[in-house]
Design a protein around this ligand. Structure first.
Ligand code: CAA
Length: 378
């Protein structure tokens, strides 16, 4: 793997590799069929503190640089992209607080994660997908509280989160400048979940609606200031998209691993099929794409770590990695021939898992808008 990582992370990477190879990979194969959320695997991940890799050191996290974390997340994705998505989406859920929250909220969110919880990010609504500013959820100030009403959909970790960062309209007359961001703890009266998605891929991650019905939260749970919620959401996504690129890269890497292993073992015309230069070239192309995606992820994360602008690089990493994850998975299936199309073999799952990475955290069409805005200017 081409990430250049710290010595500390190298030791952890060995542990993660062992856990992912021996437990996550095999067990998730079954959970992919049942669609059940594999609690015991997540419990083990929590025990190993793999769910809190993105928590900053001052709030109890491991204090790793982002590229080292990417190496660990990719390893998880090689085993199962749904598993890596749960972990990464928890980081997404925490980001609005880290970007703009008060010190108290930062401590609260990070403690909830370190103690074994997950975060969830609630932006999308039935009528506000790509048009993220069109949400109808409202938050009305009432004394020392805000009262939230509305329905969020396609929320990763929706039913398993300990807290939610939620966008809601506080002033309808102001458009996107009337949107605010709130921190809501699980168990708050008026907060419920519904409509669990029966997904095509990443079936070991939980995705559902999150519903707010007269959900009263303390006024201090406002993240940042009123009217800044859309900007905070965009800044959150600017960071989070690289991580989706990282998970997509892991899917592609698994495709390469499986294709090489099968190519060495499958005999046709009296020799292993990998001896054919046509298939060696295929593997080389898969490697060129996957390594390029990984370098884009590493570049965006390095810029983040250095405090340099990264929005364009993050969108490129997510967009490119998800596109090549589709291509590489498809080529892996092709290498397996008819067996590749069978659910008994591991590669058809990769294509199913890969598809969502072209869609969530902003479709790849939206990524191109973000990239164009960065290059051309608004
Ligand atoms: N950083 C800071 N501010 C930003 C920004 C950014 N990256 N992008 C926009 N803004 C600001 C703009 O500057 C503007 O403010 P001003 O008027 O003061 O200049 C304001 O926000 C509105 O910007 P736009 O006019 O560009 O907004 P828009 O309504 O045209 O939408 C968009 C822009 C980029 C298309 C946005 O709607 C978008 O990102 N859509 C995709 C949504 C998305 O990614 N959803 C994913 C949901 S999360 C998910 O999938 C979760 C999961 O569980 C896995």
């Amino acid at each position: 793997m081409a990430y250049i990582i710290s010595e500390e992370a190298k030791d952890l990477l060995e542990d993660v590799k062992e856990f992912c190879e021996n437990e996550v990979k095999e067990q998730c194969k079954e959970y992919d069929v049942s669609g059940e959320w594999p609690k015991e695997i997540y419990d083990k991940a929590i025990e190993m503190q793999l769910h809190s890799l993105e928590v900053p050191e001052e709030y109890g996290g491991p204090g790793l640089d982002r590229v080292s974390v990417a190496a660990l997340i990719e390893q998880m994705a090689i085993a199962d992209a749904g598993f890596a998505t749960t972990i990464s989406a928890s980081g997404l859920g925490m980001k609005p607080v880290l970007i703009a929250g008060s010190e108290e909220l930062k401590k609260k969110a990070c403690n909830l994660i370190v103690d074994g919880g997950f975060g969830a990010f609630c932006l999308t609504e039935p009528m506000a997908g790509s048009d993220a500013g069109a949400g109808k959820t409202t938050a009305v100030k009432d004394g020392d509280s805000y009262v939230l009403n509305g329905r969020k959909c396609f929320i990763t970790n929706g039913a398993v989160a300990s807290f939610y960062c939620v966008t809601a309209m506080t002033d309808k007359s102001q458009g996107t400048k009337g949107i605010s961001m709130f921190f809501v703890e699980a168990g708050t009266p008026g907060l419920s979940t519904g409509n669990h998605e029966n997904k095509m891929g990443i079936r070991t991650s939980n995705t559902c609606d999150v519903v707010f019905e007269d959900c009263r939260i303390p006024a201090e749970n406002l993240i940042g200031q009123e009217g800044k919620g859309f900007k905070i959401a965009m800044q959150t996504l600017d960071q989070a998209r690289t991580w989706m690129g990282c998970v997509a890269t892991g899917i592609a890497q698994r495709g390469i691993n499986e294709a090489i292993a099968y190519g060495k073992e499958r005999i046709q015309f009296g020799k292993p099929i990998i001896k054919n230069q046509a298939l060696q070239f295929k593997i080389a192309d898969m490697e060129i794409k996957t390594e390029t995606a990984r370098q884009m992820v590493a570049h965006a994360l390095t810029k983040m770590d250095m405090g340099l602008p990264y929005a364009k690089e993050s969108a490129i990493a997510k967009c490119y990695a998800s596109d090549i994850a589709m291509e590489v998975s498809s080529e892996a299936i092709q290498m397996f021939g008819g067996y590749g199309y069978s659910r008994e073999y591991p590669v058809e799952k990769l294509l199913r898992d890969a598809k969502i990475f072209q869609i969530f955290e902003g479709t790849n069409e939206i990524q191109r808008i973000v990239i164009a805005n960065n290059v051309i200017g608004r």
